[in-house]
Ligand binder design. Structure first.
Ligand code: SDX
Length: 431
């Protein structure tokens, strides 16, 4: 980051001395006011619950322009990566900062492929869960449990340890997500198959069985790979910030990523794709397109807590570029599967049209986000609704790792420890 010629002066109406705060510039996007010395100089904290105006770190990984609806991974537009690259190329880019050349690509794909199996005893962890446990509960447990098997790669201050932990997590997440699914449906776990692509291998571990050969459908394989690319990273969102804060204590990468999985589960965040599909199915059950007006009225009614799930975003105040790509992927998959008349897809497009013309949404700059169409395409592929957020976690693991690694590699990083505005009882004595 670069020191700006511009300075911020903080003046107080109570006669306290004003202070000058440095302003820093990044490569692109908003400048930041450096308040690190504010408490020492004024005895006061800033106040920003929800971090609406706070940059918690500097990062060179992902850039979002919310007004333009732009998303760049290491400077490359998401539209071009989704078109010209695959998910493992995107993983390499997020982790190392550049797209791989042919040899780097082949080596990286081979490295990941050779780490896709999990320790055989991981299966015993699943036996402890009820068969109807939510897959995110299972996944949170399984990812945390990985740290029990890899004592050779848990020293976060060792760059080699961080590298092997990154490969293990990227490689094993599909295996763990598929195991959580198979356990829920009572089918045998499928071992990874090294001659398949990352997405093809996941499809086979999910929908294959030991009784017959599984043929990967190339359209579904490409669609799933694109879904992984669209979810790979997204700046300092809630789960990434969780991973950074958790990792800042020096805990092992598996524990930090497990914290990210737990945070992503929430319906306001990664759980929104499950909630959005459930919302569409509810409207469909109640009468479909004819009931959209009634539903939107409920969303606009402040007394109802009904939200249009899959809409709105803290940063995007324009169309989420991922939502556009997801809608296109949805179209491709539905066409391939002969489901082009899928009533839920028609309902989603009608709901989007009505919402985008309604003043309530226009005024609040609420647009579809990545979660609005992702449920429809995953459902068409055969992925159960309860597993949607698990797929999101699978794809976002590389982003969490890249962001964690960037923080740990910064010699200036400190353990995260926010302060508070105390509004409780002043000191008092027990009678
Ligand atoms: C993800 O941060 C990321 O980058 C996340 C993510 C990623 O890749 O990591 O992009 C993934 O989490 C996408 C978002 C998925 N969540 C949802 O789709 C859930 C529904 N969306 C909302 O919960 C909400 O839009 C948030 C949580 C996404 C953003 O909320 P903010 O920025 O805190 O905004 P807000 O809640 O203060 O809303 C501002 C206004 C409010 O109305 P007023 O009080 O001003 O009258 O907009 C309204 C809100 O009530 N509003 C909605 C709405 N979202 C916001 N009203 C109806 N439906 C919605 N979806």
């Amino acid at each position: 980051m670069k020191l700006s010629d511009n300075k911020a002066t903080l003046a107080f109406s109570n006669g306290s001395p004003s202070i000058e705060l440095p302003v820093y510039q990044g490569a692109v996007g908003p400048d930041v006011i450096d308040i690190r010395k504010l408490y020492a100089q004024t005895g006061m904290f800033t106040y920003d619950p929800g971090f609406l105006s706070t940059a918690a770190c500097q990062s060179a990984i992902t850039y979002i322009d919310g007004d333009k609806g732009e998303l760049l991974y290491r400077g490359y537009p998401i539209e071009q990566l989704a078109e010209k690259c695959d998910y493992l190329d995107t993983c390499y880019l997020l982790l190392k900062g550049e797209l791989p050349d042919a040899k780097q690509r082949a080596d990286f794909h081979k490295l990941v492929t050779n780490h896709t199996m999990v320790h055989e005893q991981m299966q015993l962890f699943l036996r402890g869960f009820r068969r109807d446990a939510h897959p995110m509960a299972v996944l949170t447990g399984l990812v945390g449990a990985l740290s029990a098997f890899y004592h050779d790669s848990t020293d976060v201050h060792n760059a080699e340890h961080r590298e092997i932990a990154a490969i293990r997590l990227i490689a094993k997440m599909p295996t763990l997500v598929a195991m959580a699914y198979k356990y829920g449906v009572g089918q045998p776990f499928m071992y990874p198959k090294n001659d398949l692509s990352y997405a093809g291998n996941f499809l086979r571990m999910m929908f294959g069985n030991p009784c017959e050969e599984y043929q990967v459908n190339p359209v579904l394989e490409k669609a799933l790979d694109r879904i992984f690319i669209l979810h790979a990273d997204h700046e300092q969102n809630a789960s990434t910030s969780t991973v950074r804060l958790c990792g800042s204590s020096g805990t092992n990468p598996f524990a930090a990523i497990a914290a990210g999985v737990a945070c992503l589960w929430g319906p306001a965040h990664g759980g929104a794709n499950e909630a959005a599909l459930n919302m569409l199915e509810d409207i469909q059950r109640q009468g479909g397109v004819a009931k959209i007006g009634e539903f939107v009225a409920k969303v606009k009614d402040k007394n109802s807590s009904v939200k249009l799930m899959g809409f709105g975003h803290r940063v995007y105040k324009n169309y989420d570029p991922r939502a556009k790509l997801m809608q296109q992927t949805c179209d491709d998959v539905l066409q391939e599967l002969g489901l082009q008349n899928d009533p839920l897809f028609a309902l989603a497009k009608a709901l989007e049209k009505i919402a985008l013309e309604d003043d309530y949404f226009v005024q609040r700059k609420l647009y579809p986000n990545v979660d609005f169409y992702s449920g429809i395409v995953q459902r068409a592929i055969g992925i159960p609704v309860s597993l949607f957020t698990g797929i999101f976690a699978l794809a976002r693991t590389v982003g969490w790792i890249a962001q964690l690694d960037e923080m740990l590699a910064d010699p200036e990083y400190k353990i995260g420890r926010p302060r508070q505005l105390y509004t409780g009882s002043p000191r008092r004595d027990v009678a």
